[in-house]
Design a protein around this ligand. Structure first.
Ligand SMILES: Cc1ncc(C[n+]2csc(CCOP(=O)(O)OP(=O)(O)O)c2C)c(N)n1
Ligand code: SF4
Length: 271
């Protein structure tokens, strides 16, 4: 039976703002299916975003949603989660929102291990504002602010998250929507801070400038260049140049922030 997305979409909020060929909708649908798979109650689920094309997603879905300020989704989400730790809290953010203006919130949420799932809609660019380079724009690629090629080197979202202490870390792509859905549902079920690097496409401000073809061509690039963790071990570093590694990189247990905080409250109250 076909999946019923309508029960999760807010009536009257479509059409969405996303360009033809943008993969943000694929990631949104993976999140919806992941929530359904875990069986979260709509009224006990909060989706929080900052600002950007990706951050428009909570407006379309029928949960408790917060569309906050640029880069601050994790700050708002932390407040929500601490106020009621039984809520299911999911953050959605573009790579600029999550890792540039929001980068400090990101690393500290990772090391705190607060029970929030962060889905990074990683399209390698600032889409909404016209294609400025972001922390995940690859070295040498063109952006409106790097017309001669990006002199910076990109963050690897997975390595950054693991280095900062996140306890569930994975990566998939918009082409690989089924594993993406599974990773998001595992991230939601995981007790602690989970990061899913959802690699997607911005044909309008990134693909066009870098001559990467249509949105479909960009998705097919992921098909041809994503390599699973196990398979990647069989290739030499030279063979892996330009490829991206997908899968679950970390899934470990560590004390969760809200639970630790409750212990401090109990101690302070002499319990
Ligand atoms: C404090 C602040 N600075 C800058 C902006 C302008 N701004 C809005 S969205 C955005 C970047 C969006 O890029 P990203 O987060 O990667 O998401 P995408 O649009 O690619 O999905 C910027 C710089 C803003 N709204 N607020
Ligand atoms: S500008 Fe890029 S990220 Fe924004 S909706 Fe269009 S294709 Fe998607």
């Amino acid at each position: 039976m076909a999946f019923d997305y309508e029960k999760y979409i807010r009536p009257g909020k479509l059409p969405h703002i996303w360009c033809p060929g943008c993969a943000h909708g694929i990631v949104m649908k993976a999140i919806i299916r992941a929530i359904d798979r875990v069986g979260l109650e709509k009224d006990r689920t909060v989706i929080v975003s900052g600002i950007g094309c990706a951050s428009r997603m909570p407006g379309y879905v029928d949960f408790n949603t917060l569309h906050t300020t640029h880069g601050r989704s994790l700050a708002f989400a932390t407040g929500v989660k601490l106020a009621d730790p039984d809520l299911n809290v999911i953050c959605v953010a573009g790579d600029g929102d999550a890792l540039a203006i929001g980068g400090n919130h990101f690393i500290h949420a990772c090391r705190r291990n607060i029970d929030i799932t962060m889905v990074v809609f990683n399209n390698n660019i600032y889409g909404m504002t016209g294609g400025q380079f972001s922390p995940t724009t690859p070295h040498g690629k063109l952006a409106s602010t790097t017309p001669y090629g990006n002199p910076d080197y990109a963050f690897d979202v997975v390595e950054l998250s693991m280095g900062a202490g996140a306890t569930y870390v994975s990566r998939s792509t918009a082409y690989h929507a089924v594993p993406l859905e599974r990773q998001i549902s595992d991230g939601i079920a995981h007790k602690g801070f989970s990061v899913v690097d959802a690699m997607c496409t911005c044909p309008t401000t990134y693909g066009r400038r870098n001559k990467l073809g249509s949105g479909t061509d960009m998705l097919l690039w992921y098909k041809d260049n994503a390599v699973g963790i196990k398979a990647a071990e069989k290739f030499t570093p030279e063979e892996m140049t330009g490829k991206i590694i997908t899968g679950v990189f970390r899934n470990e247990t560590k004390p969760e922030y809200c639970e630790e905080y409750q212990k401090i409250i109990a101690m302070a109250q002499g319990k």
